[in-house]
Design a protein around this ligand. Structure first.
Ligand code: B12
Length: 212
């Protein structure tokens, strides 16, 4: 696989060209590209072009949403190929983006990687209230909970979620891991989470560590 294929895919994500991302991803898969490399060196590399431009005010919300949608089209194609790649551990992880927060690209990636590690993942989506997390832990008898937040305002809702899990008497039953750009290990310690992960691969390792 030529490196330029990955760079081209990244450019298509940056351009928000969903149809071309879909086509390019499929063609790379047909030519034997590694699905994990397609994610990291193509799809996410495209988002790495977008992020600083959005931050600098050179790109606006609708454009970034088109990039996210384009990235999602590629993800849909690689997802079935990486699911259950490793031996199943048949443990359940409930995951979601906390209340008030609509960012889900990173969370979706964590879901995919956890699934590829053989976990049973219950994805609650975005803007998930503390009560909904508690309900899902009970309903699915989860061993691990993952909380995602991308905003400095919504990261505070992680604490509210952990507090309600404790109030419901479930805190001893579940391990809580948190992630997202504004959070850190320090913040995890502060709000009483069991761990912080900088990326999806680390999340898989941490979940495995929790369950051993
Ligand atoms: C894409 C994006 C959007 C898209 C989201 C589309 C979608 N479906 O997710 C749209 C355009 C909708 C958007 C909207 C907004 N956004 Co925005 N967005 C971004 C952007 C550019 C990229 C985020 C991203 O997807 N990164 C790629 C993924 C792969 O990385 P990640 O999310 O960090 O995830 C990885 C790790 O953090 C970790 N991880 C993530 N979650 C979890 C969970 C667990 C359990 C674990 C273990 C690990 C883990 O693993 C992931 C994979 O490796 C960031 C900039 C940035 N640098 O982060 C701004 C950014 C987060 N947004 C920002 C802002 C301000 C907003 C808006 C308020 C803008 C507005 N005025 O409307 C709204 C808020 C909407 C809302 N209520 O949520 C700010 C936040 C500033 C702050 N300090 O709070 C940022 C930092 C940009 C900036 N500097 O201005 N945004």
């Amino acid at each position: 696989m030529k490196m330029s294929d990955f760079a081209q895919l990244a450019q298509l994500v940056f351009q928000g060209n969903a149809a071309s991302v879909k086509e390019k991803t499929q063609s790379m898969l047909d030519h034997g590209a590694d699905p994990f490399a397609i994610i990291s060196d193509g799809l996410l590399a495209g988002m790495d072009i977008v992020s600083p431009k959005f931050k600098a005010g050179e790109m606006y919300v609708p454009e970034v949403m088109m990039c996210a949608r384009a990235l999602g089209e590629g993800m849909k194609l690689v997802k079935p190929l990486i699911a259950g790649k490793e031996t199943a551990v048949s443990k359940t992880i409930v995951i979601g983006t906390v209340a008030g927060d609509l960012h889900d690209i990173g969370k979706n990636l964590v879901v995919m990687i956890l699934e590829s590690g053989g976990f049973n993942v219950v994805d609650l989506g975005v803007d998930v209230s503390p009560a909904k997390f508690v309900e899902a832990i009970q309903e699915h008898n989860a061993q691990v909970v993952g909380l995602s937040a991308l905003l400095t305002t919504t990261m505070l809702n992680m604490k509210g979620t952990i507090d309600l899990i404790a109030e419901a008497g479930l805190r001893d039953r579940v391990k809580v891991m948190i992630g997202g750009a504004p959070v850190s290990q320090n913040f995890a310690d502060e709000i009483g989470a069991d761990g912080y992960c900088a990326d999806a691969m680390a999340a898989k390792d941490m979940a495995k560590g929790f369950l051993n």
